[in-house]
Ligand binder design. Sequence first.
Ligand SMILES: [Zn+2]
Length: 319
Amino acid sequence: MAKPFASSADTAPKTETLEIVAPGVYALTAEGDPNVGAVEGQNFVVCIEARATPAAARDWLGQLRQHTDKPIRHLVLTHYHAVRVLGASAFNADEIIASDVTKALIEERGKEDWDSEFGRMPRLFKQAEEIPGLTMPTRTFKARHFIDLGGEFGMLELRFCGRGHTAGDIIVWHEKSKTLFAGDLVEAQAALYTGDAFHMDWASTTLDQVKAFGAENLIGGRGAVARGSAAVNAAIEQTREFLNGMIEHVGHAHRSGGTLKQAFEATHAALAPKFGHWPIFEHCLPFNVQRLWDEFDGIDWPRIWTMDRDREVWAQLQD
Ligand SMILES: [Zn+2]
């Protein structure tokens, strides 16, 4: 029997958990659904990630508002993916911050990505008709950007650590509480999505930079909050292991004149025992293998996923 397309059959709601990671530092996790966060300043709040729709964002803000009523001044988007950005209008933030490259990616492929992600993960798009259009960052930067939180609240550092999950991911670092919001560059016991990724950069220098912060709390793109250095480093190294496993098996099939389908089957067989039970593993793997195959073919800039291309690759690999 054919596997249902991507996460289209995943319709059961997840339990959401708001954690106060440190004073004024919040994370909302949801059993492998995309995470969001917030950090309080003296007179304002910085929110991190926007969810897929304004309605989904309001659900999160309703929980956050039980802890702080400060206005939201900054909304930070770690990367361009639709399920992280299209809820932005609900925040009424003074500014929406992302990397230069993320803004360029939204301009280049934001609409296609919206359609693609809606098809892959329909459950996340609560009241999708309220989405006012693409989310455009109003402030961008190349490498680093700082937000002074005021008083004793410390600073937030936004940093581009190299190409990884996309060409433009940034992380958010709160030195005062040693908390790192890593976006989709790190997942905690959730499968990686690498369909727009730069696998070799990500698995080496980019993750090295992420690790060098020496975080004691890490909120990844999906999965539980990692607390303590050991758990943080385990999440980073599991992410690297997943990537290296893909590089090894897709690379071997590519070098030995195999087919994309053989690369997929070998990678699936190698990764499933350890990672197969993690959320979205079956959903992600065909897209991941296709993108990594493209990289081995010398295609540097990721091809744009459209609804049609999604279905084509799925039919070729997962059916
Ligand atoms: Zn993503």
